[in-house]
Design a protein around this ligand. Structure first.
Ligand code: SF4
Length: 442
């Protein structure tokens, strides 16, 4: 399995892997050893799509040497391009769209039985969801849980509603059952996934909201941490903010993509909030949860973005002082509303603006990280540090990477650490139970 794109795709790949393990396939890390190579793809940005095409092309030689090899392309690009993929790449045997993932084992059987190519890109999903993701043989303490699929927002630059369809929330009892099953299997941290978790439940015929779902999941025995992504600012409710504040297992970190700081550009993006409204949301969040960690996404170079618009975005970063920001260059996607706009910003201007924001935000992110020096942080010990014997790595509730002394018995546990120093972007601390009164040297 070769995966491109977001956490939802990573999660889907785990699910595909699990379904195929159940059907008798064995996962391999080695391309040359594989009898089946499946791509799970992303088309949010042109760059990801071009990289995919490069990787698929490279397999032509392998396929020529090994004609029985099955090459499949699935997910968002498959849903968008459909049978055109098999015309462009004659060595692709299987195309499976975002609504066909659950039927992957049957589709592969058809290919194995000689039907080539097989193209399955239905507009609606036949198998509503989802079995618990499979661990693929690894013991794990964290897992993704998809709580909804699709999106109704149609932000003007975004292809997701076209390739993943309208919003479909899973029933709360189904999500709770999956999280319980994961906890029974040793998982202590779940990250709830959805294109816009803040509108979770609106499409259900039961009384459900994301804040209530968090409440139900907070009661699941064995789970110690709950994270979620992504939150659309226009749908964030006070109930949700209170849930983050009051529910002990819900981590105080919100990824809240602002995308731009100019209200004019936000309107063109069809984001549904103004710059001032976004700032008010941040203020309310910080009033209720003063130590909340806030991260965001920014797009620079949206069609028609002027110097003044760009300056508004820089000001947004300056005012909010996010803990982190993913800053992207605008990527035009055909079929979207913005894809047909012709007042494009030229590439060198986009590159310069992108660089300027990256530099600016780097300083801010570092300053935010430094503010954690000499504080006590609760870290979920995730694994051994590959480079330093006797050290563990994990994440704080605010999603910062931390390193500290510890042993196998600590993995999966919440450890209180005192942050002593920074090593690049990693917090280095001393675990309370390993306290020697000396700063760790790792
Ligand atoms: S909320 Fe907007 S950016 Fe996010 S997936 Fe939906 S359409 Fe795309």
């Amino acid at each position: 399995m070769i995966t491109f794109g977001c956490q939802m795709n990573q999660h889907d790949s785990e699910m595909i892997g699990g379904l195929l393990e159940d059907a008798g396939y064995i996962l391999t890390e080695h391309l040359e050893a594989a009898d089946v190579i499946l791509f799970n793809t992303c088309c949010v940005r042109e760059h990801a799509e071009q990289r995919l095409y490069g990787r698929v092309s490279q397999l032509k030689a392998l396929k020529a040497k090994k004609p029985e090899l099955i090459v499949g392309v699935g997910g968002c690009v498959a849903q968008k391009e459909k049978a055109a993929l098999t015309k462009r790449f004659s060595h692709v045997d299987l195309v499976f769209g975002t609504n066909a993932l659950g039927g992957i084992a049957d589709l592969l059987r058809r290919v194995e039985n000689g039907e080539r190519p097989v193209v399955s890109t239905p507009d609606v999903c036949a198998s509503p969801e989802h079995r618990p993701p499979i661990t693929l043989g690894r013991a794990r303490i964290s897992a993704w849980v998809s709580v909804m699929r699709g999106c109704d927002n149609y932000c003007s630059y975004c292809v997701v509603p076209y390739v993943r369809g309208p919003q479909r929330s899973r029933r709360p009892d189904e999500v709770v059952a999956e999280v319980r099953a994961l906890a029974e299997g040793g998982v202590v941290e779940v990250t709830l996934l959805g294109q816009n978790v803040n509108s979770y439940g609106r499409d259900l015929h039961v009384d459900a909201s994301f804040a209530r779902l968090l409440e139900q999941l907070d009661a699941v025995v064995g789970i110690t941490r709950i994270r979620f992504t992504t939150s659309h600012p226009k749908d964030i409710s006070t109930d949700l903010m209170r849930a983050i504040r009051d529910l002990p297992k819900v981590c105080e970190h919100v990824h809240l993509p602002v995308q731009a700081g100019s209200t004019r550009i936000l309107e063109l993006m069809n984001r549904g909030y103004s710059s001032e409204e976004y700032l008010r949301i941040v203020e309310r969040l910080r009033d209720l949860i003063p130590h909340i960690s806030l991260t965001t996404d920014i797009i620079v170079g949206f069609p028609g973005e002027t110097e003044e618009d760009f300056e508004q975005t820089r000001l947004m970063l300056e005012k909010v002082r996010f803990d982190g920001a993913y800053i992207f260059k605008y990527s035009s996607r055909s079929g979207t509303a913005a894809g047909s706009l012709d007042n494009r910003v030229d590439k060198s201007t986009i590159a310069a603006r992108h660089r300027a924001l990256l530099e600016f935000q780097k300083e801010v992110s570092l300053e935010r990280l430094k503010s954690l020096l000499n504080t006590t942080q609760s870290v979920l010990a995730e694994s051994h540090d590959a480079k330093r014997h006797g050290f563990l790595v994990g994440r704080t509730r605010g999603h910062r990477v931390a390193r500290f002394c510890g042993g196998q018995e600590d993995i999966g546990r919440e450890i209180e650490i005192r942050v002593c120093r920074l090593d690049g972007w990693t917090l280095v601390g001393e675990a309370a139970q390993h306290s020697s009164g000396q700063e760790p040297q790792g």
